[in-house]
Write a protein that binds this ligand. Structure first.
Ligand SMILES: Cc1cc2nc3c(=O)[nH]c(=O)nc-3n(C[C@H](O)[C@H](O)[C@H](O)COP(=O)(O)O)c2cc1C
Length: 381
């Protein structure tokens, strides 16, 4: 199907399947173990229906949202996903260009196949945008510190500290397919000499590891790691991979002055049978907004349609992120494919708002939704 004939994200997903190799496709799309968390992320959206208000002049629906001192064209950002050059040779550069053109912020993975400075430079050719560095705290703190300093110097606005990955999820596809980063690609956010052992970590092959200093430090804690991170940067610190009210409260109380959280289960790639992120969202919002220091709350996982974005916002999210969709867009047509995906999502979101009778984002509230109750009936939240 030609890109111009694709009308929904499902069209992009199907097209990407026919283009990507089995190994790359499964690396992108599968989750950990039996994929229960991936499936839950998707099905959680069906537990809600939208309550439609009418006759409310929806001739001029406004979707813009402020964050990081800038305006996003609608409350959606690109989630950080690693190794985008496996989807298309222009990888992260193409995503950055499409994101800037669409007015959509971008999270950049530490495990990107393009240097973080080059990702931003590519997007900057088309205007200013907000870039957030996804970060792991490695056993070798110096590696982490270098990444943070480079991002700050390059003009990144924030850190997304991924908290759900003390160890890599148990991903059957990676073992079965003997997943390896293709030899023509590398991970330039690390010095050349460190790439070898890192890739071995990525493939989960501990036996071949020569040096474990650049693997995730699985001993980090709230008390030590966050103040340390705060001590090395002035950028906003956001925690990605939070899913319980208990952890939101710890984030809000942290002396590291955490600015926001991303309710996420890593797209179902980490803890098997983790709660769907949409199911975690209400308790996280409640905790984030009721403390002395309210936190921003974004959510990712399973968002595929404009109505999904609407539901997440109605449950209190300030914004959403998408991980796999840009990869499918890249696989199909590089930058144009990502642009197409963003156009579809924005148009669908705007259309959902109009049909639901919401002129502005603040019109989207819990009363915009009904939820399935015992006995299968839907009731207003
Ligand atoms: C191929 C792939 C690579 C990813 N790499 C990272 C990563 O390096 N760091 C991270 O925090 N999250 C990573 N994620 C998770 C995404 O940031 C995001 O949480 C998730 O994809 C959202 O779910 P969705 O794909 O259903 O939109 C990755 C996701 C995918 C699909």
């Amino acid at each position: 199907m030609a890109l111009s004939n694709m009308i929904c994200i499902r069209d992009l997903e199907v097209a990407a399947k026919s283009i990507l190799s089995k190994t790359v496709l499964e690396y992108f799309n599968d989750g950990s173990e039996e994929g229960l968390a991936v499936a839950s992320n998707l099905s959680a959206f069906d537990k809600y229906k939208i309550r439609q208000r009418v006759l409310r002049d929806v001739s001029n629906v406004k979707t813009e949202k402020k964050a990081f001192g800038k305006t996003m064209s609608f409350p959606l950002a690109i989630a950080p996903s690693g190794m985008q050059c496996m989807a298309h040779e222009n990888g992260e550069r193409a995503t950055a260009r499409a994101a800037t053109k669409a007015g959509v912020f971008m999270g950049v993975s530490t495990f990107a196949t393009t240097a973080l400075e080059d990702v931003k430079r590519s997007g900057d050719e088309f205007g200013e945008n907000v870039y957030l560095l996804q970060l792991y705290i490695f056993k070798n703190r110096k590696t982490t510190e270098n990444l943070v300093k480079r991002a700050e110097k390059a003009g990144y606005k924030g850190i997304l500290l991924t908290c759900d990955t003390p160890k890599l999820g148990n991903r059957y596809n990676m073992t079965r397919n003997n997943f390896k980063l293709p030899p023509h690609l590398n991970l330039p956010n690390f010095g050349k000499e460190k790439v070898g052992p890192l890739i071995q970590h990525v493939v989960g092959d501990g036996s071949k590891q020569e040096d474990d200093s650049n693997i995730n430090d699985d001993s980090i804690t709230w008390d030590e790691a966050l103040p340390w991170l705060r001590s090395i940067t002035n950028m906003e610190i956001w925690l990605k991979g939070i899913s319980t009210a208990e952890d939101v409260r710890l984030a809000a109380q942290s002396p590291a002055n955490v600015a926001g959280i991303v309710v996420s289960n890593h797209g179902g790639r980490q803890l098997e049978s983790a709660m769907a992120t949409l199911d975690s969202l209400p308790e996280c919002v409640q905790a984030a907004k009721s403390g002395n220091r309210p936190l921003q709350v974004w959510v990712d996982g399973g968002i595929k349609k404009g109505s999904d974005i609407f539901k997440a916002l109605a449950l209190g999210a300030d914004g959403v992120m998408i991980g796999r969709i840009p990869l499918w867009g890249l696989a199909i047509a590089g930058e144009q494919g990502v642009s197409k995906a963003l156009e579809i999502l924005k148009a669908e979101f705007q259309h959902t708002m109009a049909l639901a009778g919401c002129k502005t984002l603040s019109d989207i509230t819990p009363s915009s939704l009904a939820r399935v109750t015992e006995g299968g009936f839907y009731a207003k939240l």
